[in-house]
Design a binder for this molecule. Structure first.
Ligand SMILES: Cc1cc2nc3c(=O)[nH]c(=O)nc-3n(C[C@H](O)[C@H](O)[C@H](O)COP(=O)(O)OP(=O)(O)OC[C@H]3O[C@@H](n4cnc5c(N)ncnc54)[C@H](O)[C@@H]3O)c2cc1C
Length: 411
C-alpha cells in the first residue's frame, strides 16, 4: 500500500521541526517529517552557537527576531518542553565612528519596530559588563538585554515532540532520494488537498509542474505538499524537483576553551566589531567565534586546527586574559552556514513547482528565527499568506526580480 501524507517535510533540524509544530498547532496533523540521519540534530542545528538577537539591520530580520525571542521567552509554557532561553544580552562594541553610526541607525530601526530595549552604551558601561575587556579603542556600542542564547537541541526536540503528540510522524534513517512532479493540466483547480481552504497555495505565476510525491529509502510517499527544510543541503533537494535555490554551504568553526575563571560567570555575547570576533560563556569555559573571511564555500565540515591560532590572536587582542585560556582542538568543531546572496532566508512557494515550499538559506540565523520561519511557512501552506510579515519579501523570486535585502549584521 502506498504511503500518503498531506504534507511531507524533508529535514528534521530545528527548522523542519518548527514547521511541523506550527502546522500541527494550526490543525494540520497529517504531516510526515523525513530525516536521513539516525538522530535529529546532525545537520547545522547540532553545531550552532545558540545565539538569539533582535539587533539586526533590516526590518524583516528584526521582525522575525522580535516574534521568535518573544516565543522563546514563553517556549517552556507554550510548547511544554524547555528551550533554555537565557536573556544574557548581546553587546556590540564599536571602535570606529562608522560602526557606531551603523549601530545607532540600527537601534532606531529596532525601536521603531517594537524592540524598545536596545540601549546605547558608553565605553565605561562596556567595561562594567566585562572588566577584562581591552576598551582603550572602544568608543561605544549597543546592548539589548532580551538577546541571549537558547539550547538549539532542546528547541528542536520540543517542537518535534509537540508536533508528534499532535499526530505528526517522524521517519529517521530515511534519505529522500527523489521528488516526483507531474504536469499541471489546464483547468485543474481541484488539485489542492481537501484540508486546504480555497485561497491556499495561490502562486504568483501558474507553475507548469506540481508535486506528486517523494521517493525515499523506504519507498514512495504520495503527497501534494513538500517542504524543503534540508538546511545546507537544500539546493540539492530543490533540484530533485527541478527547482533552483541560490544557496551555498559555508564552513563556520567554533572553539571552546577549557574551564576558565578569568572572566565573569555571566556576561552577554560580546561582539568586537573591529574584527568580528565574538564570545560568550559556555558552562565553565568560554566559546570563541570568528567568521574567517578567507573561508570559501563548500561542504567542509572538518575542523581546521590552524584556526585555533587565528582565533586566539583575535581573542587575546580584545581580552588579554584569554591568552591564558587553554584550548583542546579536539573539542572544537565546524558546521555549515547556509548562505544566500543577500544573507536572508528564502521562505515560501517555489515559483515553478506547485506544492513545493522552501524554508531555507538562514545564513547563520536559523536557530534564532526558527519560531518565526515555522509559523510563516505554516501560514503560507495553509492560508496562502502570513500576517506575521509580508512574506513575499522572502520569496525566492526576489533574486530573479532584483529585490535583494542586504543584511549587514551577519556574525
Ligand atoms: C558553527 C555554527 C554556529 C551557528 N550559530 C548560530 C547562532 O548562534 N544562532 C543561530 O540562529 N544560528 C546559528 N547557526 C545557524 C543554524 O545552526 C542554522 O541556520 C540552523 O540550524 C538551520 O536549521 P535547519 O533545520 O534548516 O538545518 P539542519 O539542522 O542542517 O537540518 C537539515 C536536516 O535535513 C536533513 N537532510 C538533508 N538532506 C536530506 C535528504 N535528502 N533526505 C532526508 N533528510 C535530509 C539533514 O540530515 C539535516 O538533519 C550556526 C551554524 C553553525 C554551523
Amino acid at each position: 500500500m502506498t504511503e500518503t501524507s498531506d504534507v511531507v517535510i524533508i529535514g528534521s533540524g530545528i527548522v523542519g521541526s518548527s514547521v511541523a509544530y506550527h502546522l500541527a498547532e494550526q490543525g494540520c496533523t497529517d504531516v510526515l517529517i523525513i530525516e536521513r540521519e539516525a538522530h535529529q540534530g546532525k545537520g547545522s542545528t547540532g553545531k550552532s552557537m545558540g545565539g538569539v538577537r533582535a539587533q539586526f539591520s533590516t526590518p524583516v530580520n528584526i521582525e522575525m527576531s522580535r516574534y521568535s525571542i518573544d516565543f522563546f521567552s514563553r517556549f517552556d509554557e507554550v510548547v511544554g518542553h524547555p528551550a533554555d532561553y537565557r536573556a544574557h544580552g548581546y553587546l556590540f562594541c564599536a571602535t570606529s565612528e562608522r560602526h557606531l553610526e551603523y549601530l545607532t541607525a540600527n537601534r532606531e530601526r529596532q525601536i521603531a519596530l517594537g524592540v524598545t530595549n536596545v540601549e546605547l552604551v558608553s565605553r565605561e558601561d562596556i567595561a562594567a559588563f566585562v572588566p577584562q575587556l581591552r576598551v582603550d579603542d572602544i568608543i561605544g556600542g549597543t546592548f539589548c538585554q532580551t538577546d541571549g542564547f537558547v539550547d538549539p537541541h532542546s528547541v528542536m526536540m520540543g517542537f518535534m515532540l509537540k508536533a508528534r503528540e499532535r499526530g505528526a510522524r517522524l521517519w529517521l534513517d530515511t534519505p529522500v532520494t527523489g521528488i516526483e512532479v507531474e504536469p499541471v493540466s489546464a483547468g485543474s483547480a481541484g488539485i489542492l488537498p481537501a484540508f486546504l481552504p480555497k485561497e491556499a497555495g495561490i502562486l504568483p505565476a501558474l507553475p507548469a509542474q506540481r508535486i506528486s510525491g517523494v521517493m525515499t529509502s523506504r519507498g514512495f510517499v504520495s503527497t501534494r505538499i513538500v517542504v524543503n527544510a534540508a538546511g545546507p543541503w537544500a539546493a540539492e533537494v530543490a533540484r530533485m524537483a527541478g527547482a533552483e535555490l541560490p544557496l551555498e554551504p559555508l564552513r563556520r568553526q567554533l572553539v571552546p576553551t577549557e574551564p576558565f575563571a578569568g572572566l565573569p560567570k555571566r556576561f552577554p555575547m560580546v561582539i568586537d566589531m573591529s574584527t568580528g570576533f565574538h564570545f560568550r560563556r559556555e558552562g565553565k569555559g568560554i566559546l570563541l567565534a570568528w567568521n574567517d573571511p578567507d573561508e570559501t564555500p563548500g561542504f567542509k565540515t572538518d575542523f581546521d586546527p590552524a584556526f585555533v591560532e587565528k582565533i586566539l590572536t583575535r581573542a587575546a587582542d580584545r581580552v588579554p586574559a584569554l591568552a591564558e585560556a587553554e584550548v583542546n582542538p579536539r573539542r572544537a568543531w565546524a558546521g555549515l552556514y547556509e548562505m544566500t546572496p543577500d544573507h536572508h532566508a528564502i521562505i515560501g512557494p517555489a515559483p515553478n513547482v506547485e506544492g513545493l515550499y522552501f524554508v531555507n538559506g538562514f545564513s547563520g540565523h536559523g536557530v534564532m528565527h526558527s519560531p518565526a520561519s515555522g509559523r510563516i511557512s505554516a501560514d503560507l501552506i495553509l492560508r496562502g499568506h502570513s500576517d506575521l510579515i509580508e512574506a513575499s519579501q522572502l520569496s525566492v523570486a526576489r533574486f530573479a526580480q532584483g529585490r535583494l535585502l542586504e543584511e549587514t549584521a551577519v556574525l
